[in-house]
Write a protein that binds this ligand. Structure first.
Ligand code: ATP
Length: 136
């Protein structure tokens, strides 16, 4: 192992992750990207999706992120996002309810619904459900 990189995932409410990682993979707006120690610095916006990283023991970890920004430095990745949860902290029933609510709004196609907002809520719920359902 050449060295580790610090990963921080921060929301307005809390620090969800502050840990050394061997590699971090994040859902960039222009596509998924991976960061290893020594990477050239860059900034990217993020899509709603999953950040995954390998911890120092080699275990893969998964975090739901609600879009946001990533700053990659040679020895650190900082992710700022409106909401984020580790896989084990996802409340499956809550995600199911959020999914049903968003789906109902979209299916009924009332003219006064905020389509973009409902789509984003559906997407958040789908990623949470997918992540919470996956057993790694
Ligand atoms: P909901 O309608 O259930 O609030 P949401 O997608 O609108 O879902 P967010 O705005 O992304 O929720 O998050 C609000 C807060 O609730 C954040 O602190 C987030 O971490 C938490 N949260 C939302 N859904 C879940 C979930 N299924 N399990 C655990 N925490 C959740």
């Amino acid at each position: 192992m050449a060295g580790t990189i610090r990963l921080e995932v921060v929301t307005p409410e809390k620090v969800v992750v502050d840990e050394e990682a061997q590699i971090v993979v994040a859902p960039g707006s222009l596509g998924e990207f991976g960061v290893l120690i020594g990477h050239t610095p860059f900034l990217s916006t993020l899509k709603i999706g999953i950040v995954r990283y390998k911890d120092i023991s080699g275990t893969e970890r998964f975090i739901f992120v609600n879009g946001g920004f990533a700053e990659a430095l040679p020895d650190k990745v900082t992710i700022l996002t409106q909401s984020a949860e580790r896989r084990r902290d996802i409340d499956l029933e809550r995600a199911k309810s959020a999914y049903e609510r968003a789906k109902m709004r979209l299916d009924h196609k009332q003219e006064d619904i905020d389509f973009i907002r409902a789509r984003a809520a559906l997407e958040r719920a789908l990623y949470r459900l997918r992540l919470a359902d996956t057993r790694h």
